[in-house]
Design a protein around this ligand. Structure first.
Ligand code: HEC
Ligand code: HEC
Ligand code: HEC
Ligand code: HEC
Ligand code: HEC
Length: 185
């Protein structure tokens, strides 16, 4: 009598284990279906790592100087990349082919094209300058880019995102900052 029962217990255990494995696989499959795809790297974008450049000591504004004075942050040109890479010796031999690809782009006069991460509709007026001047950090809106390779979106920068922060400013400024005309000219 005891033997068959024991066997049954053992079988049950396996049924439970198999069931769990199936659940995990199913969840994994579902996640793969619903999770957003990793950002595709456009073909004209050479290998690029924010993390490695920031670690090497390059400031955000060196490559995106427009944040200091205008609406457009600006992207470094291939010539600007080469301004360093004609002289910089990469420390890791594995990275040499990527720099080689960059050099060939430069020689062929190919411009740098990247997939835009942040793109406001034309009816929205945004400028980096007032934000940078009042000390709002890049991370507040873009996330921790210094630990990314290619930049990826972290926050959904919609009207609510802008207004949430504008409402939290000094009371005498709020009226102006939430006025439709401030962001919709
Ligand atoms: C208050 C939010 C906010 C802060 C702070 C901010 N950005 Fe942006 N950034 C945006 C928005 C919104 C856009 C999209 C602008 C558009 O499409 O017109 C953008 C676009 C960009 C772009 C894309 C290129 C371009 O010219 O549109 C770069 C690069 C960029 N930001 C870098 C930075 C850097 C570097 C800092 C810090 C010095 C920074 N941003 C701080 C909101 C912000
Ligand atoms: C201010 C100087 C400077 C600029 C501008 C610059 N780089 Fe670099 N780059 C470096 C340094 C420094 C390293 C790291 C060298 C090391 O320690 O290996 C590096 C590393 C690299 C690497 C090798 C690491 C990897 O990610 O595979 C590539 C590729 C690269 N840069 C591409 C670019 C591209 C593309 C641009 C322009 C969009 C650019 N760089 C602009 C200085 C610069
Ligand atoms: C050596 C040059 C370099 C430096 C330094 C650099 N970036 Fe960039 N950045 C790029 C390039 C090239 C791209 C386009 C590829 C990509 O999307 O990552 C880019 C893209 C971005 C984007 C996405 C732009 C879009 O399409 O909306 C943001 C945001 C950004 N950078 C923020 C930063 C911040 C914040 C820092 C400092 C922590 C920084 N970058 C430092 C070269 C640089
Ligand atoms: C994290 C906080 C924060 C976020 C997010 C933010 N802002 Fe601002 N914004 C500020 C601050 C601070 C100022 C400067 C206020 C002052 O004049 O002292 C400002 C100023 C401005 C100004 C200039 C207003 C003027 O009259 O001088 C515009 C335009 C603006 N923001 C648009 C936007 C838009 C559009 C977004 C969303 C895409 C946005 N902001 C997101 C904090 C923020
Ligand atoms: C601080 C900046 C800011 C202010 C102030 C602001 N908006 Fe917006 N608005 C935005 C941004 C950013 C978008 C783009 C929305 C998106 O991409 O989701 C937007 C989008 C819209 C849209 C398009 C519909 C939509 O949701 O995409 C309408 C309509 C609109 N705003 C009306 C207004 C009105 C009316 C006011 C005044 C009561 C106002 N906005 C004040 C930033 C602002």
């Amino acid at each position: 009598m005891t033997m068959p029962l024991k066997r049954l217990n053992l079988d049950r255990k396996w049924v439970v284990v198999a069931g769990l494995v199936a659940l995990v696989l199913l969840a994994g499959g579902l996640y793969a279906l619903i999770s957003p795809p990793a950002q595709a790297q456009p073909s004209q974008m050479p290998a690029f790592s924010h993390q490695k450049h920031v670690e090497a000591g390059t400031q955000c504004v060196f490559c995106h100087p427009g944040v200091l004075n205008g609406p457009v942050a600006g992207m470094p040109s291939v010539a600007k990349c080469m301004g360093c890479h004609q002289n910089v010796q990469v420390s890791d031999e594995k990275d040499q082919p990527d720099v080689g690809a960059l050099t060939r782009m430069w020689e062929a006069g190919q411009p740098l094209r990247w997939t835009k991460v942040n793109d406001q509709p034309d009816f929205v007026y945004f400028s980096h300058r007032p934000h940078v001047n009042s000390g709002v950090s890049c991370e507040t809106c873009h996330g921790d880019v210094s630990h990314m390779d290619i930049a990826r979106p972290v926050y959904n920068i919609n009207m609510g995102f802008c207004l949430d922060c504008h409402r939290r400013q000094a009371p005498e400024k709020v009226e102006r900052l939430i006025d439709c005309k401030t962001c919709h000219k």
